[in-house]
Design a protein around this ligand. Structure first.
Ligand code: ATP
Ligand code: MG
Length: 357
């Protein structure tokens, strides 16, 4: 019997409108080639244009609508004419928080034919997964401002770490590290300077480690971790860090692996109590929107992660292998130093999935 998955596609703003349709074509090609399952896609035109016509980034019952789907493929959100606070919180963060997608997974690898700014690194040196806590921490939104505009003005930004929140991301990271060949987890903190939340983070890491004796762990301070990514990339496999720390480290990692256009991310509700969301890490990139030159690979790879999450690992591997074949052949968009269009890369990836090149 054919397995059926219901997918919500939200292209969003800017280049999201280009890379998401391209990804849907790639996903359908992979489903057809792998066989055994079908993707039923519903597209939702939510985002900044929707806001301009309705006053909302998504309808009031948007979350209820999305909940009926098995997974969400997201493009990008952000508009030069609207505040980030509105666009981000009105759509992307509303979904991530509404569905408690507490585990943000960011794989990093260097595809063949893609240049890293680090001299001498190859695919074996850059094969990491960064796990970002996605529901609390420094981005919990707690704080405020007093005495606005006066000399004594104070602004506070309080990071919130809960035992439940830290323990669940730690368990997720240990399970992920245990599933990878090297079984090595780096726990990033800053417990020498941040003496409350980061110490809780360290204590919980030590507790959870007892349940995973097969996983080798290291504790590394976030500043040292940034240096290590550049100086000793081979010593890294799986990394877990807070919302803020992993946000910064994963942008560094994406840059080391060839740039924002290639990097994918999964916002997971690991217990599958609500749909998970898959998206490229880049934003709406209005400087290149509408030109047909956006790099679609980060979205393709996100689509592959979505198939993996749905249990269709063989189809997911068809996509990542096809990406590698296309980058190895030198078919690259301008952000990677090439001249290929979004359309040309998409057609080449589909051809590779279908075994035509
Ligand atoms: P946000 O505010 O959501 O971060 P942004 O408009 O600042 O969005 P980013 O996605 O952060 O854009 O990207 C910064 C720059 O990197 C873009 O302006 C663009 O030039 C380049 N870039 C990002 N993604 C891609 C891509 N997929 N293909 C080509 N270039 C990209
Ligand atoms: Mg940006």
């Amino acid at each position: 019997m054919t397995r059926r998955y219901s997918i919500a596609a939200i292209p969003g703003d800017g280049i999201g409108k280009e890379v998401v349709p391209a990804c849907l074509a790639v996903l359908q090609a992979a489903a057809a080639r792998a066989g055994g399952f079908a993707l039923e896609v519903t597209e939702y035109p939510w985002g900044s244009d929707f806001y301009r016509s309705t006053g909302r980034m998504m309808p009031d019952d948007g979350l209820a609508t999305l909940r009926a789907h098995d997974a969400i493929l997201f493009g990008a959100v952000g508009d030069p004419g609207l505040p980030d606070d509105l666009t981000l919180w009105g759509l992307r963060l509303a979904i991530a928080q509404g569905f408690d997608q507490y585990a943000n997974v960011r794989p990093v690898r260097l595809f063949p034919g893609v240049a890293s700014p680090l001299a001498g690194v190859d695919a074996a040196a850059l094969d990491w997964v960064i796990v970002r806590e996605n529901s609390e921490g420094e981005y919990a939104g707690h704080g405020g401002r007093a005495h606005r505009g006066l000399p004594e003005e104070v602004a506070t930004e309080t990071a919130i770490f809960t035992r439940r929140g830290v323990e669940r991301i730690m368990r997720f990271a240990f399970r992920l590290a245990a599933s990878r060949p090297r079984k090595h987890l780096i726990i990033v903190t800053k417990s020498n300077a941040q003496r409350h939340g980061m110490v809780l983070w360290d204590e919980i890491a030590a507790e959870v480690a007892r349940d995973f004796p097969e996983v080798r762990t290291e504790r590394v301070l976030v500043d040292a971790m940034a240096a290590r990514m550049v100086l000793k990339p081979r010593s890294i496999d799986t990394v877990v860090a807070t919302n803020l720390h992993a946000d910064i480290l994963s942008d560094l990692a994406a840059a080391l692996a060839g740039g924002l256009g290639l990097a994918p991310t999964a916002n997971l509700n690991p217990e599958c109590r609500a749909p998970s969301m898959f998206e490229p890490i880049h934003g709406s990139a209005f400087d290149i929107a509408g030109k047909g030159i956006a790099n679609p690979i980060g979205t393709f790879w996100s689509g592959a992660m979505m198939l993996d999450h749905l249990g269709e690992g063989a189809a997911a591997a068809l996509i990542t292998e096809a990406i590698a074949r296309v980058t190895a052949a030198g078919l690259l968009t301008p952000d990677l130093g090439g001249t290929a269009t979004t359309h040309a890369v998409t057609e080449a990836v589909i051809a590779a999935i279908e075994g035509r090149n």
